[in-house]
Design a protein around this ligand. Structure first.
Ligand code: PLP
Length: 390
């Protein structure tokens, strides 16, 4: 990751994120195993590949069999092109300015098209740049985020087709509750997507509605959860984020494929000391040692992406043993009660997430403690932590 190459000098001197490329490739293969041969895999690498480093992750997953990349923003797409990545890249977020559109044209990225107004803008810029711009029509089937309402799908397609220099590369939608054990809403969204498809292709005449000389748009609907839930949701492409990184979108989906976590977070002990009984630890003295206590200071904090709300609630691994974190987690450091490891030395490795010996601390454990989702935790690790790839 170029953004923190300067930090390589201090590699393993404070704190870092370890990325297991073999696990990433393994996850791609596992996911591909449940896809039909005609369904392609889009690796969703937005938000710096969910904190794993978009450049290396993209290269690794493409080599392992992913076909497309999905990012949220135009600059994220440009970063991948600058890293010499040639795979097709879909911008999943909204694009509303001519400057962004010109960058898309220049860098050979592909935009999502959600509204009539955007269609006019996209067409204007494509004409001006003298290119045929592939566009991906987004339908809102119930997420109530980006997209044209599914009921207006056929109208929207017709409108886009009448505009010069646009080519509809795909038609897609996004599911709101695919990770829910109750499939009701997902089934309704699927049904609406099917209705939109029927409308579009009826208007157009032939089986998929597009003349043989035209490029028929592909269809896609599934995120990780839907990909693991039901093959009927796969269509021509699946857009997989979380599962690539080895996490399950829901506990009821863990038996479908064998995913391996890709990321570990580690830091070093920077100081060891004994404090007397009754001594307060860290800002606010939320923790008071009830007895004489051996403490370790560790060089990682909330500015690195360790949620401060884990203060006094998290355990970490040292020498394969679970150890309690005590006192408020500070911006750059935190403290541990290491009474069970009396000979601990500065410089020893602390595993905050990942495996040490037989014990593994998983992102899902943090998510459960915090009442949040693993997506938020993964995308929260900051660039101050160098990514170390193995
Ligand atoms: C982020 C995103 C995905 C990937 O979702 P996961 O649950 O991480 O697999 C797929 N599609 C769209 C439109 C997204 O924004």
């Amino acid at each position: 990751m170029s953004k923190c190459s300067h930090a390589y000098a201090e590699l393993r001197q404070r704190a870092w994120v370890e990325i297991d490329k073999a696990a990433l490739a393994h996850n791609v293969k596992e996911i591909k195993q449940i896809l039909s041969p005609q369904t392609v895999l889009m690796a969703v690498v937005k938000a710096d590949a969910y904190g794993h480093g978009a450049d290396t992750v993209s290269k690794t997953v493409l080599a392992a069999g992913a076909n497309w990349l999905g990012v949220a923003t135009v600059p994220e797409g440009i970063d991948l092109r600058e890293a010499q990545i040639e795979a097709p890249i879909l911008i999943l977020g909204a694009v509303n300015s001519p400057e962004q559109l010109r960058a898309i044209a220049h860098w050979d990225l592909q935009p999502t098209l959600c509204t009539h107004q955007q269609a006019l803008l996209f067409s204007d810029v494509a004409v001006e740049e003298d290119i045929t711009l592939p566009v991906h029509l987004k339908l809102d089937t119930g997420m109530s985020r980006l997209g044209t309402l599914w009921e207006q799908a056929a109208e929207f397609v017709q409108l886009v087709e009448q505009l010069p220099n646009l080519q509809i590369a795909s038609i897609y939608s996004h599911l709101a509750t695919a990770d829910d054990r109750d499939p009701t809403v997902m089934r309704q969204q699927h049904q609406r997507f099917e209705e939109a498809r029927a409308q579009i292709f009826t208007v157009r005449g032939n089986h998929r509605g597009f003349a043989p000389t035209e490029i028929t748009p592909i269809l896609h609907l599934a995120n990780s959860a839907a990909t693991l839930t039901d093959k009927a949701l796969h269509y021509d492409m699946v857009r997989v984020g979380l599962a690539l990184y080895g996490l399950y979108p829901a506990t009821h989906l863990t038996s479908v494929v064998d995913l391996k976590p890709v990321l570990q977070v580690k830091a070093l002990v920077t100081q060891v000391k004994t404090i007397p009984a009754g001594t307060g630890v860290s800002y606010g003295y939320k923790f008071i040692a009830e007895r004489e206590m051996l403490l370790a200071v560790v060089g990682i904090g909330y500015a690195d992406g360790i949620p401060r709300n884990l203060s006094d609630k998290m355990k970490v691994l040292i020498r394969g043993q679970l150890v309690l974190q005590v006192g408020a987690i500070t911006m750059d450091q935190m403290m541990l009660d290491i009474s069970t490891i009396p000979d601990l030395q500065p410089g020893e490795v602390v595993t905050l997430l990942g495996k040490d010996g037989d014990i593994e601390i998983r992102v899902d454990d943090w998510a459960a403690t915090l009442g949040t989702i693993s997506w938020e935790i993964l995308s929260g690790f900051k660039h101050r932590l160098p990514r170390v790839y193995s």
